[in-house]
Ligand binder design. Sequence first.
Ligand SMILES: CC(C)(COP(=O)(O)OP(=O)(O)OC[C@H]1O[C@@H](n2cnc3c(N)ncnc32)[C@H](O)[C@@H]1OP(=O)(O)O)[C@@H](O)C(=O)NCCC(=O)NCCS
Length: 188
Amino acid sequence: MIDLSALREKPTLAGERVSLVPLAVEHADDFFESTRDEEVRRLTGTHRRPDYDEIRDWCATRADQFDRLDMAIVEDPGGRFVGELALRDLDADNESAGYRIALSAIEFTGQGLGKEATRLVLDYAFNRVHLHRVWLSVYAFNMRAIAVYRSCGFSVEGRLRNALLWDERRHDALIMGVLESDFRRARD
Ligand SMILES: CC(C)(COP(=O)(O)OP(=O)(O)OC[C@H]1O[C@@H](n2cnc3c(N)ncnc32)[C@H](O)[C@@H]1OP(=O)(O)O)[C@@H](O)C(=O)NCCC(=O)NCCS
């Protein structure tokens, strides 16, 4: 049985090199900048360009969302914003939720921060929220992301052919999922 209070209470999760803190209005400037990063936009297949007010409103309303967790990834020590992630699309009856993560600039990638952040939030998802399953969609060209997800216990469950049209080329998306038992095995 999932514990909805664990989604309502908006925790701070401390790791070794990053902490996850509730996404809030103080992150709006950094979050907005990240939506302008062309490589992050390509990797996440983001066509839309939200304006600043939209991002600000999004950050300001995250604390009121009781069926999801939106978190800023901040560097330890120092507290620099390096990205954001979300547990979303909760399906409480089936104890399942979706996951997304994006570091905010390519300079922050490849240093282990995304893997640490993903492990932190999955640990919370399985051991505090008591979810059974977490899933995500990733473009098939995003080998770095796929490697991180695999190392956290995700495996590929399906392929959405030609799901993304980017710069006149089409790309497949992969559906990946991790069960609580997969995550435990990946950690041991
Ligand atoms: C995806 C993302 C969260 C990964 O986090 P990260 O901090 O960059 O990744 P890490 O440094 O923790 O780990 C990278 C892993 O990928 C591996 N890797 C990197 N490039 C690779 C490639 N081309 N092929 C295979 N593996 C690759 C690395 O070897 C490393 O694995 P290891 O720790 O076993 O050596 C981050 O890069 C990101 O947010 N990127 C921009 C947006 C994005 O792609 N979001 C995901 C959308 S689904």
